[in-house]
Design a protein around this ligand. Structure first.
Ligand code: RB5
Length: 146
C-alpha cells in the first residue's frame, strides 16, 4: 500500500515520525512536504496529498498540521476525498468501518506521537464495512455532484 504524506510546519515533526514508522512497517511512502519547520501554508499540503489519493497515485493519505483541522478541511475540498481528523483510536477505527475515510488527519499539537502511531496503525488495518454504510458514503459523494 502506498501512502502519501503531507504536513505544514506545525505538523512536520509528527509527519517525519509517521513516515519513519511506515517505512519500518514496509509501506511505500510519497512525502509531499513540507520538508522543514519554516512557516508555510497547510492548504498546499492538504491539497497535494488529496490530489494524489483522488488520482489513484496513492492508496491513502496522512496529513498533519498543528490541530489537524485546517489541513483536513483543505483535503476535503478535493473531489473524492473523505478526510477524517482523529485524536483517538475509536474514531480511527470507525472512520474506516463506517466512513471509508481515505485520508487521515492528525494534530501534532494535540496528539502525542505514541497515540498518533496507534491511530495510524488501526486506521491502516481496518477495512470499510460496506452495506448500509456504503449507501451513506455514496450519499456523501453525491453532494460533490450538486
Ligand atoms: C499553524 O500555525 C496552524 O494554524 C496550523 O498548523 C493548523 O493548526 C491549522 O489548522
Amino acid at each position: 500500500m502506498k501512502i502519501a504524506l503531507g504536513a505544514d510546519h506545525g505538523g512536520f515533526q509528527l509527519k517525519e515520525t509517521i513516515k519513519a514508522w511506515l517505512v519500518e512497517q514496509g509501506y511505500e511512502t510519497e512525502d509531499k512536504g513540507t520538508y522543514d519547520e519554516a512557516s508555510c501554508d497547510y492548504p498546499d499540503f492538504g491539497e497535494a496529498v488529496a490530489r494524489d489519493v483522488a488520482a489513484g497515485k496513492a492508496d491513502r493519505g496522512i496529513l498533519v498540521c498543528g490541530t489537524g483541522i485546517g489541513i483536513s478541511i483543505s483535503a476535503n475540498k478535493v473531489r473524492g476525498i473523505r478526510a477524517a481528523l482523529c485524536g483517538d483510536t475509536f474514531s480511527a477505527r470507525m472512520c474506516r468501518l463506517h466512513n471509508d475515510a481515505n485520508v487521515l488527519a492528525l494534530g501534532q499539537r494535540v496528539t502525542g506521537a505514541g497515540l498518533a502511531l496507534d491511530i495510524v496503525e488501526i486506521w491502516l488495518h481496518t477495512d470499510f464495512e460496506g452495506g448500509r454504510h456504503k449507501t451513506r458514503v455514496d450519499k456523501i459523494m453525491k453532494i460533490e455532484e450538486a
